[in-house]
Each structure stands twice: as C-alpha cells, then as structure tokens.
Design a protein around this ligand. Structure first.
Ligand SMILES: NC(=O)c1ccc[n+]([C@@H]2O[C@H](COP(=O)([O-])OP(=O)(O)OC[C@H]3O[C@@H](n4cnc5c(N)ncnc54)[C@H](O)[C@@H]3O)[C@@H](O)[C@H]2O)c1
Length: 252
C-alpha cells in the first residue's frame, strides 16, 4: 500500500525499540516530520540513525515531563501534532505472582506507563488538535485489552483494558473536532531479548501449539504493528474511530 504522510507532524512514544521504532521509522520513510521519545537514550539514537527523526528523552511516568515533551514537539513543528501514537507500555520486567503477593509499587508502575502516560499525552496534545480541527490518536494496546493476558500479570491486563476504555471515550469526546482515536492490539512479537528468551524457554510442543492457534501460523513482526498504525493514521481510516484492531495473524 502506498501511503504518504508528507509534512505530517507525528509524535511517537516508546520509540527506542520494537514497535515504537518501526512506527517512527515507517512514518519518517513516508515523509512525516517525526518526533520520538523514550527513556532509553541509546535505543532512541538507534531509531533516529540515518533518518530525520527528532528525539527527546523523557520519563513518561512523569506527567510534567510528558506535557513538556508535547509542548516541545508543537514548538519545534510550529503547529499542532497531526498524529499521536501512544506506544510506550509493557510489563516493565515483571512476571506473574499470585494477586496477594503483588506489591503496590508493581501495580502502580504498570498502570503509570500503560495508562496514565497515554492520558497525559492526549491531555496535552488535544487542545492543539482541536484548534487545528484535525488529528489522529492511536493507542497501542494488546490482546490483553479484550481477554485475560497470557502473562497473567493482573495490572497489565487491567491497564490494557483501560487503554481501550480511554480510546473509546476519547473518540466520543474528540470526534466533533475532527479527531479520530483508535487502538492497535498486537499479538505476541519478539521485540526484545526478554521476550525471545521466554519464547525459546518454552518446549517445542508449546511453541507449536501457540503457532497453531494463529491462523497465519507465525508470530507477528514489529512492521505488522507499524502498518496497522499507519492505516489508522491515513485517509483510508478517516471515518474509523473508537475501534480496536487486533493485529495478531488471526488468533482467537
Ligand atoms: N511485543 C509484544 O508482544 C506486545 C504484544 C502486545 C502489546 N504490546 C505493547 O506494545 C507496546 C510496545 O511494545 P514493545 O514490545 O515494542 O516494547 P516494550 O513494551 O518492551 O517497550 C516499549 C518502550 O517503552 C519504553 N519505556 C519503558 N518505560 C518508559 C518510561 N518510563 N518512559 C518512557 N519510555 C519508557 C522502553 O524503553 C521501550 O523502548 C507496549 O505498549 C506493549 O505493551 C507488545
């Protein structure tokens, strides 16, 4: 598909690796003016390498830092953000524990990065989009937005369901201003060493069973998620809002 984002101002969170990197680079390759943020300076530099992507280090769990980053993007671009991608999230290195053993800090950390950060970027970017009468917001959720998480991490599943709630509510609120809000729900993609290790640690039988539950018979790739994100950001999706698109190869 030939998509053109010439001159569009695109802001991407969690862009140091994985989906965020693929999303930022995909928009940049199609002419967008891309602003990328992450807490990982080295990874972010790798994302920007050889491209026109502008980077800024920010801790997205710090709402003041989020507001400052959005303001700096608008100042740098000289106008409102056209496309905001809330991609930062994840399990923050946590693993399943019985609910009675989950510390407050672990619960709070996952909610802060997956939910609160998206609320904070949208709150900061919405006024500019409303004035412009146009905008696209894409929130990266997960299969855990509409069913229990295979990770069995309570906060992760709760947070991704909340991302879907935020998506739908913001679609209703911002639609009258010409702004769409949608969510991409990725299936498993081995975006880092941890996920790769977890996958390889499983028995051959379990891996085969997992793949046989995917209609297309393979795990996803970061580019699959970037492609779906660009669809929501494109004119092809101009009448699509408040929707969740599972991008998981057909996984039920
Ligand atoms: N990879 C998968 O299989 C998968 C599946 C479903 C959903 N997702 C979701 O997709 C998104 C991206 O996943 P991924 O696998 O590409 O990467 P990831 O979830 O491992 O990390 C995303 C990025 O967030 C950044 N980050 C972490 N804490 C931060 C903070 N406090 N401030 C700023 N940035 C911070 C990390 O440095 C990293 O670059 C996440 O929201 C994740 O929950 C991933």
């Amino acid at each position: 598909m030939n998509l053109d984002f010439d001159g569009k101002v695109v802001a991407v969170t969690g862009a140091a690796m994985g989906f965020g990197r693929a999303i930022a680079r995909s928009f940049a390759a199609r002419g967008a003016e891309v602003y990328a943020t992450d807490i990982d300076a080295k990874g972010l530099a790798g994302t920007a390498d050889g491209t026109t992507i502008r980077t800024a280090i920010a801790d997205l769990t710090d709402r003041a830092a989020v507001a400052a980053w959005i303001a700096s993007v608008e100042a740098g671009a000289g106008r409102a953000i056209d496309i905001l991608v809330n991609n930062a999230g994840g399990m923050m290195g946590q693993h399943h524990r019985p609910v009675e053993d989950v510390p407050d800090a672990d619960w709070d950390a996952i909610m802060a990065l997956n939910v609160d950060a998206s609320f904070a970027t949208i709150r900061a970017a919405a006024p500019g989009m409303k004035r412009a009468g146009n905008g696209r917001i894409i929130n990266i959720s997960s299969g855990a937005a509409f069913r229990p998480s295979r990770t069995r991490i309570q906060a992760y599943c709760t947070a991704k369901h909340a991302v879907l709630g935020l998506t739908r509510q913001m679609a209703m609120e911002l639609g009258p201003f010409g702004i769409t809000v949608n969510s991409v729900a990725p299936g498993l993609v081995l975006t880092d060493a941890d996920k790769l290790q977890g996958w390889q640690a499983q028995t051959e039988e379990r891996r085969t069973a997992a793949l046989s539950g995917i209609a297309l018979g393979r795990l996803g790739e970061a580019q699959d998620i970037a492609d779906a994100t660009m669809f929501f950001a494109s004119d092809l999706a101009k009448f699509v809002s408040g929707q969740l698109l599972p991008v998981n190869g057909g996984s039920f």
